[in-house]
Design a binder for this molecule. Sequence first.
Ligand code: NAD
Ligand code: DAU
Length: 355
Amino acid sequence: MILVTGGAGFIGANFILNWLAQSDERVINLDNLTYAGNLENLSSLKGDKRHIFTKGDICDSALLINLLTKFKPRAIINFAAESHVDRSIKEPDKFIQTNIVGTFKLLEATRTYWSKLERNIKKDFRFLHVSTDEVYGSLSSKESPFDENHRYEPNSPYSASKAASDHLIRAYYKTYRLPVLTTNCSNNYGPFQFPEKLIPLIIINALSNKPLPIYGDGQQIRDWLYVKDHCDAIRRTLEAGAPGETYNIGGWNEKTNVEIVRTICSLLDKLSPHIDGRQYDEQITFITDRPGHDRRYAIDSNKIKRDLGWKPTETFETGINKTVKWYLDNKIWVENIKSGAYREWINKNYKGRAL
Ligand code: NAD
Ligand code: DAU
């Protein structure tokens, strides 16, 4: 069996669903259900004995040792993190705690467990750390996409905390030979993404007749990857990646934020038009920029293609179509998210930004 941390969040939940759709190997899902953790994402697994959920924190060493000793996983995939840049600007503490201290605690518990494994099992054990392209900082329009040797230059408390966690992972390989793998991925989108992130926020605001907030001039560029492609890349890395290596994962889909928002608007004009004939892009509103806002991310994913044979299957056009349709078809999921923690966050982040 495998241990997945943060499996009730956006990518972790997609990963578990994807994993169990392809194999019967059991998954222990350790997640402390922060505002971003939502067991509804996994409701299709209700009663499925292959999914074992445990509510708990990756900072809790005793719990980690218990879980590892009891279930004896052959691999750990670490998704658990505070993941939203804007929140890291307003409340950095939790990012330091979960992303740095939590990764450290998980590594230490894993090292204790792994060091006692039988030689054969020990050799095949893997710890895969899911990280981000944001650790590399920001590119100018002329620079080549980030490859695995790009210098680390994080610019937000979020990316700095992820960079620190990546360094710990590296150190555990160099110092203890713990068989780790690191993946650095670009922006994901798709089903079950919490609507604090650009794409689901725009879809949901558009349908609720609310302003569509674009930070600054909206010319920032991100490299978008459909979440299922990311899950496949992680699976492939776990299967065939070389311990100690890092793999960049991206979609070769560089788009400005304005392009993203306009694409969503025109899809909604077709799929769910306003009854009064208004166009969705009339709701676009430019607001105060994010402090320290990275201008451009782009991933060179040639290494994972060459060494592991992975490449994305979705284009941005096919992926965004599926995503918009998913949010239109899953109104109950959306409504449940819109009550509670989400509403509080919207008040905190957008108040005073001239919406
Ligand atoms: P998310 O915020 O949707 O989910 C994070 C999950 O981790 C939640 O279920 C939350 O409850 C859980 N969690 C948080 N703190 C925890 C703790 N201390 N102990 C146990 N569980 C905890 O995040 P996501 O977008 O699914 O991202 C998952 C991982 O992928 C993160 O490590 C993130 O840095 C990385 N990543 C995300 C993207 C992206 O575009 N979303 C891109 C590249 C990498
Ligand atoms: O690159 C990978 C990273 O992508 C992940 O590591 C992070 O976990 C994930 O949150 C994401 O970070 P971004 O900051 O790029 O994603 P976000 O959806 O917050 O913003 C995407 C772009 O849209 C960014 O340039 C900021 C802009 N934006 C965002 C929001 C929420 C807006 O213009 N308006 C908004 O309201």
